[in-house]
Design a protein around this ligand. Structure first.
Ligand code: NAP
Length: 279
């Protein structure tokens, strides 16, 4: 029987790297997209911001994992041409990752992409992860390393942070089984934590004193713009951090366990695995 060829967007990213590792370990055939110059024959150039390379990337493809890269506030514009091409080709399945809360309104760019996929007639899954634990060793790392502080406008709100490794494992499963076809899942970690509790978990594994310090949204905005983030994406981040601060990110779901048959990883396991990043 012919093996499925799976097209993976965001292949070099947090979710994509682990997803490809898992799929390859199970012997699946992968085509990885990159907006840069492809390094080997299993990679193809696709720029979702311009649409460049999309048609070619789908040649011979059976299934697709789709995400919108960070930095682009109009996720519908990034995702729609891929969904349209998937439909034109009649691929066997598309798994789309958006974000928890994306379906709160039908007007958000992420939700518009979800609706387009739901109505496409294609077999699909939609996964909406909550805030990644990995943000503490990527986006928010500078404050932790340089000042021993998690600096965010997050108030005292709790968030059911998820380990991105679990997101990748869920997506790998959904791409390779038909058990959950045409369903959508909100993905969370096992418990809701505030940022003081996250700071404690990082302190415990590193032996360094890390604290959470609340800052005003405008302070973060100045920092993000200075770091080169586009203005519209900065506004998007501030808006969703506002939802977090209001408590909308605290809900936990059983989706990871329902799909994988095991509990999602917790903050202690995450902190231990990423300890080196903060030393
Ligand atoms: N972080 C969170 O807390 C969180 C929570 C919920 C949902 N999400 C969602 O997760 C997604 C990000 O996933 P991630 O963290 O795994 O990504 P990531 O680590 O930031 O990696 C982004 C990927 O996108 C690729 N890319 C960048 N620009 C591109 C372009 N113009 N065209 C095509 N590909 C491009 C990059 O590869 P090349 O450089 O090789 O092109 C890279 O593989 C976003 O949609 C975000 O909204 C994040």
């Amino acid at each position: 029987m012919k093996q499925d060829l799976i097209l993976v967007t965001g292949a070099s990213g947090t979710v994509g790297t682990e997803l490809i590792r898992l799929l390859k370990a199970e012997g699946h055939k992968i085509r990885a997209t990159t907006s840069k110059t492809p390094k080997d024959a299993s990679s193809v150039h696709v720029n979702l911001a311009t649409g460049e390379g999309i048609r070619e990337a789908f040649e011979g493809v059976d299934k697709v994992f789709l995400l919108s890269p960070p930095g682009y506030a109009d996720q519908y514009k990034m995702l729609s041409p891929m969904i349209q091409e998937a439909k034109r080709r009649g691929v066997k399945k598309v798994v789309l990752m958006t974000a928890m809360g994306a379906n709160a309104s039908d007007e958000t760019p992420f939700r518009r992409a979800e609706i387009e996929l739901e109505k496409s007639g294609l077999t699909y899954n939609i996964v909406r992860p909550n805030w990644f634990m990995e943000n503490f060793n990527t986006f928010w790392i500078q404050g932790i390393r340089e000042h021993g502080k998690i600096l965010l406008p997050a108030g005292k709100a709790k968030t059911s942070f998820i380990d991105a490794k679990d997101i990748s494992a869920v997506i790998a499963k959904l791409l390779t089984t038909d058990k959950f076809d045409n369903k959508d899942f909100d993905l969370t970690g096992p418990q809701a934590l505030d940022h003081d509790e996250v700071a404690k978990a990082i302190s415990d594994v590193t032996g360094k004193k890390i604290v959470y310090q609340e800052i005003q949204p405008n302070e973060l905005k100045v920092g993000l713009l200075a770091a080169g983030l586009p203005a519209d994406y900065t506004e998007f981040l501030l808006a969703i951090l506002g939802f977090l601060r209001e408590g909308y990110s605290a809900r936990t779901t059983t989706s990871v366990k329902d799909i994988l048959g095991r509990a999602p990883g917790d903050i202690k396991q995450y902190a231990q695995a990423h300890k080196q990043a903060w030393l």
